[in-house]
Design a protein. Sequence first.
Length: 370
Amino acid sequence: MEQKLFVGLDVHKRNVSVGLAEDGRTGGVRFLGDVENTPVAMENLMRRLAKRDRVLDFCYEAGPCGYGIYRQLTGAGHECSVVAPSKIAVAPGDRVKTDRRDAQRLAVLHRAGELTPVWVPDSRHEAMRDLIRARLDAVKQLTAARHQLSAFLLRHGRHYTPNRKPWTQIHSRWLGDQSFDEPAQQIVFQDYIQTVWTAAERRDAMVRRIEELIPDWSLGEFVYGLRCFRGLDLVSAATLVANIGDIGRFDSPRQLMSFLGLTPSEYSSRGTIRRGAITKTGNREARRMLIEAAWSYRYPAKVAQHKARFIETQPKCVRDTAWRAQERLCTRYRTLHARGKKSTVVVAAIARELAGFVWALGQEMRPSID
């Protein structure tokens, strides 16, 4: 009869702490020790633990070290789960935290089935997600560079025309007319300007790369389908899809809403029910894409001319779902706003329902991960 050995790995950059829990609720728990975080060391660990009639079941927390260990272990034929750190139960009175205790606790909780695994992307999807995240980093870098330049100009009394939108061509010409008498200040000004230009070029280059690679992506058709929704363009749709991953793993739209942290929090006891703000759990960038898209539904339902040309190229099921979403959400926004709800509360509700339409489109198109 096969016996299962549950192996908890506390993964760090240089080393991995290994805890073992034998099969059965009363099975022994022990600490094996630390090994280097290298493929060779992990190969030696598997060989050391492998015995006849024994199944190895590994687990470790999702973190900055990625999925390399998962792919190596599953590639060798062993079971492995990458678990969500935020959903690991910790006793309120437990004030001692060490790598040894963490590894043993992971093994025990994994044996008890009390860990929540996360979805692990394949290498192609992970590469696309890295590219999209690099674009988000470029946007943050550009925003920071613009703030630095604006702060420098403000310190020296240089104010752009009020009620004019900055960072346009007119604003660029205004920046080009600025000069400083002190050589040091002129050097600083030119450095800030160059930093803004470089960051903008990096962002635009990332956008072009994303547009070029989407047609070869297994989820590219799903991205194009989401682009038909109001408030979502190609980049925001790709960001949403990359961070959600395989939408087929959600059995209902409510599961997707919960994953995105768009469901209301609740503190209820006995006959009292108290619901608060959205939980904001799950992926932050995917939630932000839906929140930003939800603001566009405050206007009456219609299809912009530039978007209509693209929508015409999509299948009928996609066009119908996108239009149903627009009719429903535009009406819903006005209804909630008429009740006196705050705009931010209304937008959160619209984003939650938009997630439901995203799930519905996923069921229509059945996107798959290679």
